[in-house]
Ligand binder design. Structure first.
Ligand code: NAD
Ligand code: LMR
Length: 327
């Protein structure tokens, strides 16, 4: 079988360094799938990405069939089956929100165009670079020939963080927790929802039985964990973000376990009152390489207010990039 072409942007960055070795070792697509890596960087960082490629060579990974390093998006996405868009423009001092969106538009518009021009027909895109949901929307809008549903953004790190926090609170192992959901934006407005979560056959919300803990401890801890990591490490999360990116693609391609679901930011089909088209996080199951939104969940008042607030932020971001002419 031909190797799967996996393109990683921002390959010389800290997430890139935590991600590439695991992709090459088989963690992304399983132990039977050969991968060929394309590393996209800006010209100033190509040399560093070449250094990482040398290290990848030195690992002699049996599943790694090739590595190409480039600063040309067209080359990087030509024939790509999986694209991990990690490189983004971080917010720097004095930068307004509009400046940040505009700077990222300058990255995700040409990358969307390059995906449209040359990616394989089964291309699956995960945007990690922030603001991830809106960057995914920008790329998607510049790839009109690719099915819109193939553009996704990462809330799996939030999902994993929420499971970890809940497991500490309840004194259970992470494997005992199923069906947790992240709704909305990968930002401080996101909503980690435990009202449908199962812990060894019991409802997590019933076991917790404390809305104050949910509102004042659990939700803000999960939603602000990225900022807490930056404060502690002096740099944003890298290995945990890379791990979540692996989980996202792994489950999308190979499926979610029976009886469980995961969280992915995907173009809304209008489910749960989320406006169609915006890239918002939902609980999803994956099978046969396709994801579908978990339907029929009852959304209580506590959840509704929080989902609506995060979705309103996404609508605002969409309107802002529209006003800037980026989509
Ligand atoms: P980093 O600064 O270490 O690396 C980013 C890399 O991207 C750099 O090497 C840079 O040269 C490269 N880059 C910039 N523009 C590019 C372009 N046009 N094409 C290709 N490469 C380009 O940053 P990092 O720590 O690796 O984080 C990357 C992004 O991921 C940031 O936006 C960060 O906020 C985001 N992030 C998202 C999540 C999430 O859960 N969604 C979690 C953690 C970090
Ligand atoms: C995270 O959730 O760790 C990151 O999105 C934080 C950031 O701003 O890079």
């Amino acid at each position: 079988m031909a190797p799967v072409n996996v393109t990683v942007t921002g390959a010389a960055g800290q997430i890139g360094y935590a991600l590439l070795f695991r992709i090459a070792s088989g963690a992304l697509l399983g132990p039977d799938t050969q991968v060929s890596l394309r590393l996209l960087e800006i010209p100033q960082a190509v040399k560093a990405a070449e250094g990482t490629a040398m290290e990848l060579d030195d690992c002699a990974f049996p599943l790694l069939s090739g590595i190409e390093v480039t600063d040309d998006a067209k080359k990087a996405f030509d024939g790509a089956n999986v694209a991990l868009l990690v490189g983004a423009r971080p917010r720097t001092k004095g930068m307004e929100r509009g400046d940040l969106l505009e700077a990222n538009g300058g990255i995700f518009k040409p990358q969307g165009e390059a995906i449209n021009a040359g990616a394989a027909s089964d291309i699956r895109v995960l945007v990690v670079g922030n603001p991830a949901n809106t960057n995914a929307l920008i790329a998607q809008q510049h790839a009109p020939d690719v099915p819109a549903a193939r553009f996704t953004a990462m809330t799996r790190l939030d999902h994993n963080r929420a499971i970890s926090q809940l497991s500490s609170k309840l004194g259970v192992s992470v494997g005992d927790i199923k069906r947790l959901a992240i709704w909305g934006n990968h930002s401080a407005t996101q909503y980690p929802d435990v009202f449908h979560t199962d812990v060894n056959g019991k409802s997590a919300a019933d076991i917790v039985n404390d809305e104050t803990w949910l509102a004042e401890s659990f939700i803000p801890t999960v939603a602000k964990r990225g900022a807490a990591i930056i404060e502690a490490r002096g740099a944003s999360s890298a290995a945990s973000a890379a791990n979540a990116a692996i989980d996202h693609i792994h489950d999308w391609v190979l499926g979610t376990p029976a009886g469980d679901w995961t969280s992915m930011a995907i173009p809304s089909d209008g489910s749960y009152g989320v406006p169609e088209g915006i890239i918002s996080s939902f609980p999803v199951t994956c099978q046969g390489g396709e994801y579908s939104i978990v339907q029929g969940l009852e959304i209580n008042e506590f959840s509704r207010t929080r989902i609506d607030a995060s979705v309103a932020e996404l609508v605002e971001e969409r309107d802002a990039v529209r006003a800037l002419g980026l989509i």
